[in-house]
Design a protein around this ligand. Structure first.
Ligand code: IDC
Length: 465
């Protein structure tokens, strides 16, 4: 992790290691901190936090990053970007220019190439942490606990403003007024592959054009995910939680275990991840925790044991968040393993305010799965945190007839859902045509696949909050 930070009169830790360097600079500026939140062989994702450390409100800011030859910024969000040669200038997106004293905002970008910025300036003043530190101001402190960025409270009629803190009521999901509601939205693809699809324009399209209620943030643990860079992926998830909140969307934090199928393989990672994310986001009302995507090849007893160790970690920080537990047989309530929801009903997770995940792929999973959902919904709170319009491979035939039957059932039972995927992956489950995320247009149907067009039409219908 690399950071620059420009300090205005207060002591701030600038490195991720244990030594914090405090730089004394004239009091008049903001601070800007640069962090690499994810990286891969051909590029990386960066985030810059701009903080007003002065004692008065500022109305705008300007951050300039210079990149070495061979690296370009291909995409950014929460800022207006312009480029002159190898220098990229970021100014407010429109809604995040005004920062009250002490307030902060952040923007992100995806770079093509591995070169990190060679210079960082905020409002024309260098923020390179290599400036000579004040000799009296070097200190040692523990790694700072990340804090949530300041975001404006949602206003108007967003799903979050209308419903506030959710809770489980009987077998339903209820809003702050105790009314049973259904949330409908989309799941990201794996963040390690499709980070560039989650930017200002695409998330605006999800909130405004799709009129969605929900973004599921799929953070794979294996396959190049969390285990390869815990700090980076944690930061990326936190950023998307903020992005969702700013648009009045709920966010499912999905610990996307898949292979190996026994969630206990990742128990230590899950405890670390959820301790950090729940501490950082405890005050937010839009976060729902999904602690294991799809347990498979493992008994319900083992899943239950995992859940009863991870849930208390979240509860210690965030006592009122809804938590979703994956189920046996790829979150099929056991059906794909020849079992059923009866084993859960007979031996439920010992925790309150929780729901159970059910996943389906409409071209593969039909009447016998629908019958089980209908049966289980009478006694278990269910949340369809992932489903596809296609086969269980994520590709193949788009089955709109089966999808329609499924969604009619979920609507009738008020079961919330998120569709796989809000991405331009080259597979039929993706909502966007391949290549869409290289561009800037996400709204409307011109960029959508058959699956995306159908999901948008379903999700856009009015909510009943
Ligand atoms: C699939 C992706 C595909 C990727 C594969 C491996 O669509 O691009 O190569 O994962 O990680 C699930 C999983 C979800 C799968 C999806 C489709 O939760 O990760 O995504 N699926 O196979 N369960 C049932 C289907």
């Amino acid at each position: 992790m690399r950071r620059w930070r420009l300090i205005a009169g207060i002591a701030v830790a600038v490195t991720a290691a244990s030594v914090a360097t405090v730089i004394a600079l004239p009091a008049s500026a903001e601070t800007a901190a640069f962090t690499v939140t994810n990286s891969w062989s051909t590029g990386y994702q960066g985030q810059v936090e701009v903080k007003n450390t002065t004692s008065s409100t500022i109305n705008t800011w300007r951050v300039q990053l210079t990149l070495p030859a061979g690296t370009t910024i291909v995409n950014s969000w929460n800022a207006t970007q312009s480029a002159s040669g190898s220098t990229y200038t970021f100014t407010p997106a429109g809604w995040n220019g005004t920062l009250a004293a002490g307030a902060s905002t952040s923007f992100g970008f995806v770079a093509n190439g591995t070169g990190r910025p060679t210079s960082c300036q905020v409002n024309g003043v260098s923020c390179d942490g290599s400036s000579t530190p004040s000799p009296t101001a070097t200190t040692t402190s523990p790694t700072p606990t990340p804090t949530a960025t300041t975001t404006p409270p949602p206003t108007g009629s967003t799903p979050l403003a209308a419903n506030g803190q959710l809770r489980v009521c009987g077998v339903k999901l209820c809003n702050q007024n105790g009314k049973a509601i259904q949330l409908r939205g989309m799941s990201t693809h794996g963040l390690q592959w499709f980070a560039k699809c989650y930017n200002t324009a695409s998330l605006n399209a999800l909130a405004q054009d799709w009129q969605a209620d929900l973004l599921r943030i799929a953070m794979y643990v294996q396959e190049g995910g969390y285990e390869t860079n815990p700090a980076g992926f944690t930061s990326q998830v936190n950023n998307l939680v903020d992005q969702a909140e700013q648009r009045g969307l709920y966010a499912i934090v999905d610990f996307h275990t898949l292979t190996p199928g026994d969630p206990n393989y990742n128990l230590a990672r899950a405890k670390t991840f959820f301790a950090e994310v729940s501490a950082r986001n405890a005050a937010k009302k839009n976060v729902i925790y999904e602690i294991a995507n799809e347990p498979n090849g493992v008994s319900w007893a083992s899943i239950k044991s995992y859940a009863e160790q991870v849930i208390p970690v979240i509860r210690a920080n965030d006592p009122d968040a809804v938590i979703i537990v994956g189920t046996r047989g790829w979150s099929s309530l056991g059906v794909s393993d020849g079992s059923s929801s009866s084993e859960i009903t007979a031996n439920p997770v010992n925790a309150s305010n929780i729901m159970y995940a059910f996943h389906f792929y409409a071209a593969s999973h039909k009447d016998n799965y629908r019958a089980e959902v209908q049966r289980a919904a009478a006694s278990l709170p269910l949340f369809v945190t992932e489903f596809g319009t296609v086969t269980a491979t994520g590709g193949g035939q788009v089955d709109l007839a089966s999808t329609g039957t499924w969604l009619d059932l979920l609507d009738r039972l008020q079961i919330s859902y998120a569709n796989w995927t809000y991405s331009d992956a080259g597979e039929s489950s993706a909502a966007f045509k391949a290549g869409t995320c290289n561009g800037t247009t996400y709204a409307g149907t011109g960029v959508l696949t058959e699956s995306g067009t159908y999901l948008r039409s379903r999700i856009r219908t009015p909510d009943n909050f």
